[in-house]
Ligand binder design. Structure first.
Ligand code: DGY
Length: 336
């Protein structure tokens, strides 16, 4: 990048005006405010000559794209999950990659709770029935749900969002158990009032199971037919992390045949193309990947991505750098 030109930045999807205003103070910005996602070839073409990329989880940043953008120095994802970015491929090219942790923990935890409560009390099903005119009056045994209070909550993945979900359980007098690659620090366990158990213990003991692990080859189909069979027949499964962590076909079978009671989902394999069988099931609450979607949180995510990118392009260390190794000699030399 020559000293007398502003860095060029591509923003692949619609962002808030304040995000663009901030970027435009320092960069030449190519924005896609009409929000139609770019196909991979179109993204590669748009990225030509750009120094920075602000992308979303709908964009795949892989070795092919990076090869088409030799000038690229940094990629800022507007998401905490970054399974859409091939980080080792970025590192190999000296491209810094960043994500947006922290700013969405509480909103995403709230949504996981929305799904838990909604699935337990069948709220989308009964709402559909009310709208269809099926509610003819009060009955004692009408559309019975299950209690969330005093139940056992099992959290798989005890990172920041998992911890935020656990903390909320205190108000419902729940027993909280969790499974993680390794137990969290004792003071965090105390703060969350949560006890570490094995994966199988969690499957067997929980009334509500919330998935909060990142998606990767290691967590692909973490929950499939075998794991569903180990759950209580009354269990409710919540997935608000990433599609692919659950085998959707196996979950549909389990919901149909009563292996578990219900599910609450915000994410799916092949989203936004849901497995059609989900649509016919009453015992699943379906949300459209809105875990972090409050105005304040989405604004904070977009701004954090912009700040990460700018830090990288100005030769600094972005606050949420995923690949410190990318600040290689090759990259630093470009900024001398
Ligand atoms: C994330 O940040 O990973 C969310 O899924 C985006 O909504």
């Amino acid at each position: 990048m020559t000293a007398n030109r502003k860095p060029r930045v591509l923003v692949t999807r619609e962002v808030f005006d304040e995000t663009l205003d901030y970027l435009r103070q320092h960069c030449e910005v190519f924005a896609n405010q009409n929000d139609v996602p770019y196909a991979p070839e179109a993204l590669a073409a748009k990225l030509t000559g750009c120094d920075g990329l602000i992308c979303s989880l709908t964009d795949r940043v892989d070795a092919t794209l990076l090869a088409a953008a030799p000038q690229l120095k940094a990629v800022a994802n507007i998401a905490v999950g970054y399974n859409n970015i091939d980080v080792p491929a970025c590192t190999a090219r000296g491209v810094m990659a960043t994500n947006t942790p922290g700013v969405l923990d509480d909103s995403t935890a709230d949504l996981a709770w929305t799904l838990m409560l909604g699935a337990a009390r069948r709220i989308t099903e009964v709402e559909r029935r009310v709208r269809a005119g099926e509610w003819t009056g009060w009955r004692l045994k009408q559309w019975l749900g299950v209690d969330v209070h005093h139940a056992t909550l099992g959290i798989i993945g005890m990172g920041r969002i998992g911890q935020a979900i656990a903390r909320r359980a205190a108000g419902f007098d729940m027993t909280v158990i969790y499974h993680n690659r390794k137990p969290v620090a004792p003071e965090l366990e105390r703060k969350c009032n949560a006890a570490y158990v094995s994966f199988d213990e969690l499957l067997a003991q929980s009334d509500f199971i919330v998935l909060q692990v990142p998606y990767s080859p290691a967590t692909h189909h973490l929950i499939g037919a075998a794991q569903l069979a180990k759950m209580k027949p009354t269990a409710i499964l919540i997935n608000s992390t990433r599609g692919g962590v659950v085998d959707d076909a196996a979950l549909i079978a389990a919901l149909k045949n009563g292996t578990i009671r219900a599910a609450g989902l915000d994410v799916y394999e092949n989203e936004p193309k849901l497995h059609p069988d989900f649509l016919a099931l009453d015992n699943v609450v379906l949300a459209p990947h809105v875990g972090s979607s409050t105005e304040a949180t989405r604004k904070a995510m977009a701004m954090l991505a912009a700040k990460n990118l700018l830090a990288a392009l100005q030769g600094g260390v972005p606050p949420n750098l995923l690949n410190p190794e990318a600040r290689s000699g090759r990259w630093l030399n470009l900024h001398k």
